[in-house]
Design a protein around this ligand. Structure first.
Ligand code: GLC
Ligand code: CA
Length: 580
């Protein structure tokens, strides 16, 4: 194969592994993961075979939202180490051929960032206009200022916080300690471009951009109709995709990204595929890929007032419809980033697979197979390659995440749900499922720390840990390793077209148990095809498919043998067809 015949670009080929530094590996016994800890685990990641690491934020932060509230974009959080530690991590990763993407959190800063400290000090401070300030639209009878609109923040009741000193509200779409930057101010944009250059000039390889489609706000600040109707845990989707967001991203690209060989992915809540093409279109000069949220909504509560909080299973037919829509609508024009979980989502095997002792390993492999078989860039979240599971803590206080505490207050406080129900919902949907420490061994504290971990371990660590996985050739780890190798060795995994497949027994739209799709080669992979078949149920099923032309070989499977049209519980396999 020659490079000239490839139909994809270099940045479409990698597999990305996300690290949540606080929970990955502690090196000094303070119970908090850190940069030297990550460096010590690079050989593990090299063995898995990943090409890129995305680091959740490592910058100075008061940790209201665990680093997603940044007080200095050019400093390392002291708990995580020093800039020297970072330079060592970057250099060692590069030696192993692993790139590093940084988390770029620039919709908001911390309220402890010097810009905000200045901004709130007086109305005529030069930094005032770095943030979004509004006069009250009136006062209540008790003399309370009334905010400009009804927006609900993700981590507090109102998106507007009153600043008594200067008698104005500031906007914060997340917590009170995360004031939104004013992107309409060109100086703010230049500040952001400067800090991006700072990291790129150091040699980092790209950015994952936090809630990047929230940076432009509708200047009319209209009320959120869902809140007006009495529901919704936040106004994030409503505030997304503002009028100038594409101007700003195109400018960022012209000013910064176009001058470096970077990998970019935008976190974009509340996008449709039409939006998705505007953000990632190959001809648009904005972002390379994005994280859409539609498939994360597949198990949301049917009562919109309860948002994502739910403990009922998803319907595979919805999942297939959503993933297929994203594949088909972006095909040839934009590029998907595919993920089952991240630091904000419950564990995939508990959510989309089956985390019982009997089916955990097999269903975790099934999920990996489906995700890595899709067109787009596969993302792995730390511990996914071990089949790590959700956790249940008895006490609300055992959870750390501010979203859990805020939404508990909103929903239990308003009487929308009772305590016991909400505790069940938290165990199924809460963000701390992803944040319990990485399980390295069956030793004390799972080898994560010699001290007391900042968040309790998942009690299943004696059974589910990296050491056990590495010692077992049938582990989830080696299945992921093989999926990554297949992507590196078979360009069709990257560039083949996608088509949802009906079986002879039941149409794809109606099949609530099996997900099957075809990848068809093009360019230099023309004549090849992949058939991906996955049983999402614990039932044994019969499914037969119209096979593409050519000789067939089994590339990967989560069972030791092939039973043809008989699909055993959670069975998943990929066949390669080669026309002669
Ligand atoms: C993104 C992050 C999440 C964070 C929020 C505010 O959604 O992934 O962890 O809380 O933005 O920065
Ligand atoms: Ca530490």
């Amino acid at each position: 194969m020659t490079e000239t015949t490839r139909t994809t670009a270099w940045w479409q080929e990698p597999v990305v592994y996300q690290i949540y530094p606080r929970s990955f590996q502690d090196s000094n016994g303070d119970g908090i993961g850190d940069l030297p800890g990550i460096t010590s685990r690079l050989p593990y990641l090299a063995k898995l075979g990943v090409d890129v690491i995305w680091l959740s934020p490592i910058y100075a932060s008061p940790n209201d939202d665990n680093g997603y509230d940044i007080s200095d974009y050019r400093a390392i959080m002291p708990e995580f180490g020093t800039m020297d530690d970072f330079d060592t991590l970057l250099a060692k990763a590069h030696e192993l051929g692993i790139k590093i993407m940084m988390d770029l959190v620039v919709n908001h800063t911390s309220d402890e960032h010097d810009w905000f400290v200045q901004a709130k000090s007086s109305r005529d401070n030069p930094y005032r206009d770095y943030y979004i300030w509004k006069d009250p639209v009136g006062y209540t009878q008790e003399g309370q200022p009334i905010p400009p609109n009804n927006w609900v923040a993700a981590f507090s009741p109102s998106a507007w916080e009153w600043e008594p000193e200067t008698q104005q509200f500031y906007l914060h779409l997340f917590s009170v300690k995360q004031p939104d930057l004013n992107w309409d101010n060109p100086t703010v944009r230049q500040e952001v471009y400067d800090l991006m250059r700072f990291w790129l000039d150091k040699g980092v390889d790209g950015f994952r951009m936090d809630v990047i489609n929230l940076i432009s706000k509708d200047p009319a600040y209209p009320d959120d109709p869902q809140v007006a109707a009495g529901g919704g845990t936040d106004s994030i989707f409503f505030a997304a995709n503002g009028p100038r967001v594409h101007d700003y991203l195109a400018e960022m690209n012209r000013e910064v990204l176009a001058h470096y060989p970077v990998i970019t992915v935008g976190e974009t809540p509340g996008v449709t595929t039409t939006d998705g093409l505007l953000y990632t279109g190959f001809d648009r000069g904005e972002l390379q890929t994005l994280f859409q949220f539609e498939h994360m909504g597949v198990d949301a509560n049917p009562n919109p007032a309860l948002g994502k909080w739910n403990d009922q299973p998803f319907d595979l037919r919805d999942l297939k419809r959503i993933l297929s829509k994203w594949q088909l609508d972006l095909a040839g024009k934009g590029w998907n980033a595919n993920y089952w979980n991240n630091h904000d989502q419950p564990r995939a095997v508990s959510r989309f697979g089956n985390d019982s002792a009997e089916y955990r390993v097999i269903s975790a492999k099934m999920l990996g197979t489906v995700l890595h078989g899709l067109p787009g860039t596969p993302y792995i979240y730390q511990g996914e390659e071990l089949g790590m599971t959700n956790v249940f803590f008895e006490q609300l206080e055992d959870y750390n995440d501010l979203e859990i505490h805020d939404h508990y207050a909103k929903l239990v406080g308003s009487g929308a749900v009772d305590h016991d129900t909400m505790m069940r919902y938290i165990s199924a949907s809460g963000r701390d499922n992803a944040r319990t420490p990485m399980q390295w061994s069956d030793q004390e504290q799972a080898g994560f720390t010699t001290g007391t971990p900042w968040l309790a371990l998942n009690p299943r660590y004696p059974e589910i840990n990296a050491e056990a996985a590495l010692a077992d050739p049938n582990s989830v780890f080696y299945h992921y390793q093989k999926l990554i190798t297949l992507r590196h060795e078979h360009p069709i995994m990257v560039e083949g077209d996608y088509q949802l497949l009906d079986s002879a027994q039941v149409s794809a739209e109606e099949d609530a148990q099996v997900y099957a799709y075809l990848r068809t080669g093009r360019g230099h992979t023309a004549g090849q095809a992949l058939l991906v078949v996955a049983n999402f149920s614990d039932q044994q099923l019969e499914r037969s498919f119209q096979e593409p032309a050519g000789s067939r070989s089994l590339l990967i499977s989560n069972y030791p043998d092939d039973a043809g049209d008989t699909l055993r519980p959670y069975e998943a396999k990929i066949y390669l067809y080669q026309a002669s």
